[in-house]
Design a binder for this molecule. Sequence first.
Ligand SMILES: Nc1ncnc2c1ncn2[C@@H]1O[C@H](COP(=O)(O)OP(=O)(O)OP(=O)(O)O)[C@@H](O)[C@H]1O
Ligand SMILES: [Mg+2]
Length: 344
Amino acid sequence: MEVEEAPQAGPSAEPGQGPLQKADNLPWIEKYRPQTFQEIVGNEDTTNRLSVIAKQGNLPNLIIAGPPGVGKTTTILCLARILLGPAFKDAVLELNASNDRGIDVVRNKIKMFAQQKVTLPPGRHKIIILDEVDSMTEGAQQALRRTMEIYSNTTRFALACNYSEKVIEAIQSRCAILRYSRLTDAQVLARVIQVCQQESVEYTQDGLEAIVFTAQGDMRQALNNLQSTFNGFGVVNSTNVLKVCDEPHPMLIKDMLNSCVTGDVRKAFKIVDHLWSLGYAAEDIIKNIFKVCKNMDMEESLKLAFIKQIGVTHMRIVDGLCSLVQMSGLISRLCMEAKGVKGE
Ligand SMILES: Nc1ncnc2c1ncn2[C@@H]1O[C@H](COP(=O)(O)OP(=O)(O)OP(=O)(O)O)[C@@H](O)[C@H]1O
Ligand SMILES: [Mg+2]
């Protein structure tokens, strides 16, 4: 479930606004958006490097690439806030996918901003933030390449994207590329516990595990699911979390995989049939089977064989072959793998 980004509080928020001054009606993802590098969880190597750059001031043109909800936009906003301090308002132009960013905007708005004179501390530059740059058309990206060079003595570009390969090579070669990876379960859990304590959320251990499991390293999704469960049910336990996220119960899937390991086709099929009758789509089920299998406690070589079969089935489902027969085929192949019979 991809959660739409809420309207950004970041750029319009006063620079230096500490985490203590929080409005109550903000979504938690905004309320707990880190304001300093120390607060950003994970990808320490990169954030450490950036915090050194932020102190020295000579920012190169940057691309931060990585999966959703791991802190790319947050990092860039922190960087700009530290570099520019009170000048943040005048010296930052932020354009994201919700703004029009066609070729005309690059030619007019971006150029105009780059030409503007702004008084800045010595050694600092104006910053143009292009968020979700992979959604810009190629034409618009092409129009950027020369602009980036011409104004390099006054303006720097900070770009964020999910897929760096969608940024044209010419721009990639003009930027330092930093890659963010998914956060680990422990990192997400620690942050979620912190938020629970600050918001006095009543939670159970298995509830938090369900939050971490459903988020899969996406901090935004973890915080959103936490808030939705809290608002909807009050108590954050695994049943409530799974209701909010509407995902097949991981315990059922675990049971199913264990049945495959012991070769019990009937029981495994019964579970999948049950999930099917609850209305879950094949893609939801297969994604969950993968997530659960990845963390299962089982013999390594068998796990690899399972993951291979799950991958093949996932591919077929994405191709449109998403019937219950497809799922039963998977079960039979998993059972065969467990018995050491070569499938296919
Ligand atoms: N590393 C992190 N540490 C703490 N909180 C985080 C981190 N990453 C994300 N968050 C939380 O998730 C929210 C969204 O993060 P952010 O906007 O930086 O994601 P993003 O990487 O830019 O994602 P997208 O690719 O979807 O734009 C933040 O407001 C914050 O609450
Ligand atoms: Mg972002």
